[in-house]
Design a binder for this molecule. Structure first.
Ligand code: SF4
Length: 383
């Protein structure tokens, strides 16, 4: 059985996932950052060995799409030359780390992330595939709403805190203890029978041992980041979380590194003007930020409809605080969680779920695409 035909893990570069448009090869940038040469190199590899489309994922990774079984090996060789490949699948799957994109030169974020990567590579930890870490050690937290199980944060006084996801308080640690403590949380999770995620393990009654217990309140949470200029560079959205290789290549122009985020945005390091290229969202309140859509037809063979065309048509009608998720089938590849409005394509039209995910029961079934566009108030409960 080829690696690509096995299911049940998060895809990586060494173990890609089969999708409607070929293999999906996930690249996990070290430290959540690609230098300009790596960015340009990835764009080239996506054009040469994939179908030219690149996803940015909610785990702050990139995915090269449309790779064939025969082009997978040369693609891996290219990733190795760019220093973007792990030595083996175990190391690759453990290296599941979100890093705040708002670090500054001279702070500890990149060093903490590198130490954590190294410690995970050296460890023999066997963790569930979605189990991950966040290095969110700025003055305020920016990754609190994103998926991670063990978090390295700060308290209001600037001290480092390691916190289990799902616990309100964390444990104050010295700089030199932070990474070992983070691994100790993960080891305890595995040893105490944790199956999937830390928060569900704690919610089910698992009690942290005294050695990991803490009373430190983590720092305040920063308002959701939006496209715009920041001291660290230009933060841009990627429409529908996917861009052509030409856009990635343009982002690498002028020697700017890219910092990854889990928000379908990338930060062009040190850039002082907003970049412009196909599929980039540069306005802070662009309606396109309110919609999520999977590849859909004709890009995915499982799809029952063109998801992105419908999402783009409906975006201006979605309230500023709401999210519309349009899925080409019930798998919900683009977004596994709940959204204010979810439309799921079926052979008989679109099913409508309010306040739920593609797995929840719809309140209306078999809606016609053109009727929805003509009368979008139906999504909100009007007629
Ligand atoms: S959710 Fe979308 S991308 Fe995923 S399998 Fe279904 S149609 Fe394809």
């Amino acid at each position: 059985m080829s690696a690509a035909s096995v299911k049940g893990w998060c895809p990586g570069a060494l173990r890609p996932m089969q999708s409607g448009d070929g293999l999906v090869v996930r690249v996990r940038p070290f430290g959540g950052r690609l230098d300009a040469d790596q960015t340009a190199g990835l764009a080239h590899l996506a054009e040469r060995h994939g179908n030219g489309l690149i996803d940015v994922t909610s785990r702050a990774n990139l995915q090269i799409r449309g790779v064939s079984e025969t082009s997978h090996r040369p693609l891996l060789d290219g990733l190795a030359q760019l220093n973007l490949l792990d030595p083996d699948t175990g190391t690759e799957s453990r290296r599941n780390i979100l890093v705040t994109p708002f670090w500054r030169d001279g702070d500890e974020t990149q060093a903490l992330a590198a130490e954590l990567e190294e410690a995970l590579a050296d460890s023999m930890l066997e963790l569930p595939t979605k189990f991950g870490f966040a290095v969110d050690d700025g003055k305020s937290r920016v990754l609190a709403g994103n998926s991670a199980d063990v978090r390295i944060e700060r308290d209001a006084a600037g001290g480092l805190v390691v916190r289990a996801d799902g616990a309100r308080l964390g444990r104050n640690v010295a700089r030199g203890e932070a990474v070992n403590t983070a691994l100790a949380f993960a080891s305890w999770f595995a040893a105490s029978g944790g199956r999937a995620r830390m928060a569900t393990h704690l919610a089910a009654g698992a009690k942290l041992p005294e050695a990991l217990h803490g009373e430190a309140e983590p720092a305040t949470i920063m308002a959701a980041a939006r496209p715009g200029l920041y001291p660290q560079g230009a933060l841009v959205g990627i429409a529908f979380g996917q861009m052509p290789h030409t856009t990635l290549n343009q982002l690498s122009g002028c020697g700017h590194a890219l910092r990854m985020t889990p928000w379908r945005m990338v930060l062009s390091e040190g850039k002082r003007t907003m970049p412009s290229a196909s599929g980039l969202i540069t306005e802070a309140y662009d309606p396109a930020l309110r919609v999520i859509a999977c590849s859909g037809a004709p890009r995915c063979r499982e799809a029952h409809a063109d998801t992105r065309g419908l999402a783009a048509a409906l975006a201006p009608n979605i309230g500023g605080a709401e999210r519309l998720h349009v899925s080409g089938c019930a798998k919900g590849c683009a977004h596994s969680g709940a959204a204010a409005i979810t439309l799921v394509a079926t052979p008989a039209g679109f099913d409508l779920v309010r306040g739920g995910s593609t797995r929840d029961a719809p309140i209306l079934r078999g809606l016609d695409r053109d009727d929805i566009v003509r009368n979008p108030s139906i999504l909100m409960g009007g007629h």
